[in-house]
Design a protein around this ligand. Sequence first.
Ligand SMILES: [Fe+2]
Length: 237
Amino acid sequence: MDEELTKQAQSAHSQSARVAQDDRPLPSGSSSLDRRGFLRRAALGAAAVASVPIVGSLAPASVSACGGGSPMEPALAAPVCARTEANIEGPFFRPGAPHRTSLVGPATSGVPLLLSGRVLSGACRAVGRARLEFWQADHRGAYDLEGFQFRARVLAGHDGSWSLRTILPGRYLNGSQYRPSHVHVKVHVPGRPTLTTQLYFAGDPYLESDPWARRSLVLQLSDVPGGGKLGTFDFVV
Ligand SMILES: [Fe+2]
């Protein structure tokens, strides 16, 4: 049943989900994570999302960078997907994280977040054998620099699909200024340069002042009934 619910949640991006923008500050408190309950709510939330206008220069341009052409273009025009923008690696990457698709357990604190998407080529075709490395801060904004908490390697499927169950990362100070909440990622595809980038979240009040946040990397998150967030992103390499 969990696999079925996860597939439903991952299908959100293919349904061109446009979701309600959440301008509330990110909760910093603790919440218990229940795998079945969260995935079930995530699936329900994906089915209930609605279109809303997007405000702000760092609002996300789209859930996916891919487009098949406007109605004014030839019907048979080949689809083109814009390459995902690179972003700084930062100082906290550690190689060798465990292979896993969930970073949470029953005692994990933070707002549950289910991320999913695909790895695509510039021709918008699924890229197989992609290997993704994720790392992020915990709900308080701290990185695990000795172990592998909130770090994972994820193998994408033959259809390019990937998913990661995690929490919304906490913000941390960079000098005198907070960085917006973000998830770091490296996308490795055989025969192609490694993509190193970060994912950001719409509504974060520190997006505009952050020197590294980019509009193309900002995800809209949908609220999952009962708690938690759901977001999708396609990496184009
Ligand atoms: Fe970071």
